[in-house]
Ligand binder design. Sequence first.
Ligand SMILES: CC(C)(COP(=O)(O)OP(=O)(O)OC[C@H]1O[C@@H](n2cnc3c(N)ncnc32)[C@H](O)[C@@H]1OP(=O)(O)O)[C@@H](O)C(=O)NCCC(=O)NCCS
Length: 166
Amino acid sequence: MVIQIRALEPGDAGLLWDFTYLAVHVPPGKPPYPRDILEIPALRQYAEAWGRDGDLGVVACDGERVIGAAWLRLLVGEPKGFGYVDDETPELAMSLVKEYRGQGIGSALMARVLDLAAGRFPGVSLSVDDDNPAKRLYMRAGFVPVGLVGRSVTMVKRFGVAHEHQ
Ligand SMILES: CC(C)(COP(=O)(O)OP(=O)(O)OC[C@H]1O[C@@H](n2cnc3c(N)ncnc32)[C@H](O)[C@@H]1OP(=O)(O)O)[C@@H](O)C(=O)NCCC(=O)NCCS
């Protein structure tokens, strides 16, 4: 299996609905949420009208099939994104089709999207359920917890300060 990573293109915009749905954490043993969970405005905004200024992302492809995505968006105004920290810091969302998880693809997507973001934004934020194993990946990528909303942890990676304490 050869997985390739490329920039998210306008033609991929419709896929962001699928990847937003796949990004919603389902705790082990629980049934998946119905697809209409995507009607919740706070979730819709991760996929809706993709292509605004500042929108940025990468996708992973197995041949022609897009099997994962990591994307960033400034979510200002209302409703705030789950991982909102300020108007200059975009939020990251990411997910993979189930059978491709746990093989290093997410880490590779993360590295690529952070590379792209580093020249453009002061940092990147996200929100992750406290019991989502993805939190470990985020910690390894340099995200730091900055707050708790319910059982969701807000995490931020600031560019340019990663080596400050080394
Ligand atoms: C999160 C996700 C994009 C990571 O991509 P990946 O290719 O599986 O990750 P990698 O193989 O590069 O890295 C492994 C890490 O991914 C995370 N991970 C692996 N399988 C996972 C799963 N089924 N669900 C959530 N996170 C997972 C863990 O942090 C793991 O670290 P560990 O080895 O210390 O446990 C992917 O697992 C996924 O789509 N998960 C479900 C959706 C989700 O939780 N998205 C994040 C919402 S905040």
